[in-house]
Design a protein around this ligand. Structure first.
Ligand code: NDP
Length: 232
């Protein structure tokens, strides 16, 4: 049985990816740092849940010791920060970078060791449309997501020889708890900017991850899942 590890896998986009791969017969391991309620409800569906902060080197190391070798790693855990630059503290900057980019680095480093030994494996980084085009009042979040795109391409080149593939998915605006703070009016205004006229779903993103798993000649690629939001 193949193992998939999804960081931030207990709610939102990560949960949709977890359920998609559960259906495909995988051993599914989902990581969270605080959200016990969603962790418990996902565990009840047969998914293994693990508590770890992906920005902490020691916690990531012991996480991989508990889980063992993984065939697919999805670096999905992420936090947003919507603020003007003059109001962002250095501590906030470091937190966003250390979760969004640092977590992907730490988990990829652990996973890559055994993937290289086995000459097989897939890493998928969940970036964002803001990593591609930049989001106003989200400079640090956008930078963390742009870093993930560079990391993806560089690592794909570095690991190609070993059969380990590295790709990213860049969602647009997806209907998850991360966007729960938007008012009805905000959501309407966002929809008007999306050519397809609707927000995305976790399932839309999960299907892109599934494609990257199924097609074993794709590496270093980014799949935008955004209803046309980033078309220029
Ligand atoms: P949610 O806030 O709904 O879920 C985020 C998940 O990440 C939660 O399970 C959360 O669990 C986990 N998480 C956060 N910090 C950590 C941490 N330090 N260690 C371990 N787990 C952590 O977000 P979404 O599902 O909306 O987003 C998922 C990914 O997709 C993120 O990377 C986000 O940036 C990206 N994305 C989302 C978009 C959207 O519109 N929703 C658009 C583009 C990209 P816990 O609370 O327990 O820590």
């Amino acid at each position: 049985m193949k193992t998939i590890l999804i960081t931030g896998g207990v709610r939102g986009i990560g949960r949709s990816i977890a359920l998609k791969f559960k259906q495909k017969g995988f051993r599914v391991c989902a990581v969270y740092s605080r959200d016990e309620e969603n962790a418990n409800s996902l565990a009840a569906l047969g998914v293994e849940v693990y508590k770890a902060d992906v920005s902490k080197e020691d916690e990531v190391a012991s996480l991989f010791k508990k889980i063992g070798r993984v065939d697919v790693l999805v670096n999905n855990a992420g936090i947003s920060l919507i603020k003007q630059i003059q109001d962002i503290s250095y501590e906030e900057y470091e937190r966003v970078m250390s979760v969004n980019m640092g977590g992907a680095f730490l988990c990829s480093r652990e996973a890559a060791r055994s993937m290289i030994d086995k000459r097989n494996g897939l890493i998928v980084n969940i970036s964002s449309v803001w990593g591609e085009v930049g989001g106003s009042c989200e400079s640090v979040y956008s930078a963390s997501k742009a870093a993930l795109l560079g990391f993806t391409k560089a690592l794909a080149k570095e690991l190609g020889w070993s059969g380990v593939r590295v790709n990213s998915v860049s969602p647009g605006v997806i209907d998850t708890p991360m966007n729960a703070h938007f008012s009805v009016e905000d959501i309407q205004a966002i929809k008007e900017e999306i050519p397809m006229g609707r927000l995305g779903t976790g399932e839309d993103v999960a299907r892109a991850v599934e494609y990257l798993y199924e097609n074993d000649y794709v590496t270093g690629a980014d799949i935008p899942v955004n209803g046309g939001f980033s078309i220029v």
